[in-house]
Design a protein around this ligand. Sequence first.
Ligand code: PEP
Length: 251
Amino acid sequence: MRKNIVAGNWKMNKTLDEGIALAGEIQKLLKNNPPEDSGVIIAPPFIHIAKIAGLLDGNIGIAAQNCASEPAGAYTGEVSAAMIRSAGAGYVIIGHSERRHYYGEDNPILKKKIEMVLENNLIPIYCCGEILEERNNKDHFNVVKNQLNDALFFLSPEEFTGVIVAYEPVWAIGTGVTATPEQAQEMHAYIRGLIADRYGSEIAGNTSILYGGSCKPDNAAELFANPDVDGGLIGGASLNAEDFTAIIRAF
Ligand code: PEP
């Protein structure tokens, strides 16, 4: 059976000391009252990963927010999947809309990044989602389908098993506008159907599909109650330990 997962994307927030404090607070809040039903992942900035990995007790997974599309070499400023692995992370967020839109990461680049992630025994959290104009033009299903086809569905069934997908409508990210539970369920069911067409219903049924976009303690429960919504990728609310752990308890 698939797992419920809540992952916190810290983006470019928190100094190292602040990040260590936040990770410690999250760990403490979860230890006092362990969640019954969900896996927890945090995605701090690269430079925090090794330090935070050394402090956590193993019940909280660590993700990088990005990785290089090349394995190693003269790529100033880049961080490879092998480095991420060696620092203690187990996951990498790939294809976040901020990477797509601010850094020009298109599906061919993201495909290479997915290859790097898999080669280094890391688990990708692959983000997909449409901008508002695409939804208004009723093109949102096609956009998501292409994002999956072009950068993810080249994986073999064995490689795909364990991959986490995050549906993040771009118009909902950091805007305070959340997809309605119906909109989320509709797209998640569509994504699961695409996975079933490509990999079969067993793999589709075991794939965790997370929702992201202004998910907060007060709306998480109604989103997570949907049969195809297996948790959340949380931005802003993951920067506060109380809010983040309240979302984890929303199942
Ligand atoms: C995100 O950036 O992945 C995200 C979902 O952000 P927020 O929760 O702040 O909308």
